[in-house]
Ligand binder design. Sequence first.
Ligand SMILES: [Zn+2]
Length: 224
Amino acid sequence: MKPIVLFGSPGSGKGTQAKMLTDCLGVPHFSTGDMLRDRIRHGNQISPMVAAKMHSGALVSDELVNQLVMEQITGPEASRGFVLDGYPRTLAQAEHLCKWLDGSGLREVVIHLAVDYNVIIARLTGRRMCPRCGTLYNVASRPPRVDEQCDLDGQKLVIREDDSEEVIRERLAAYDRQTRPVLDYYRKAGRRVVQVDANYDPPGVIFQRIRGAVEADDCSKNGG
Ligand SMILES: [Zn+2]
C-alpha cells in the first residue's frame, strides 16, 4: 500500500506524471478538483451553497474537502495505494491526512516536481494558438513551419490570454503562497519530501526519477 502525494506548480507536467504513475502502479489518481466537480455533476450530495461557491471559484471548506478525500482513499479502489493530486492544499488538510495515515500505519511518499519559474514562464509564454482551427504550437518545442502562421490554414497565430506572462506569473505566485507552507509542514514534521527536477527533461525521464524515489522508499523501509 503506497500513498503518493504529488505537488507541482502550473506548467510542471504534474498531470502527465500523475497519469504515468497510476498507469505504472495500477493505483487510482485522486484529484480534488475532479472530485468536487464530479459530486456536483452527479447529484445532490453537495449543498447548493457549496456548489455555488465552487462555481464562483471560492475556496471550499477544509472539512468538506477532507471528507471527500477520505471517502476516496478508504474505498476499495484505493486498497493498493493511490496518487493524490491537488490535496492537501492547506495546513489543516495536511494535518488531517497525516493523522489518518499515521493512524492507519501508512507512510506517504511526497513528490515535489521542482521547476524554475523562469523556465515555466519561457515555456508557457511560447505557446501559440491558431484562432481559426485551434491548433497549438510552441515557439520553442513545436514551432510552426512559417513563423507565427498556422501550418494548416496560414492564419496568424495568437497568444491566449491565459498564456500571457502576467497571468502566468500571478498563477505561479498564487501556487507558491498556497503550497510553500504545506511543504514546510511536511519537512518540519520530519516526513520525507522528494524533490524531483522537472525542468528540462522529457516526461519519461522525469517519471524514472519519481519511480526511483518511490522504490528507494520501499528499500529503506525493508532495510530498516
Ligand atoms: Zn489553423
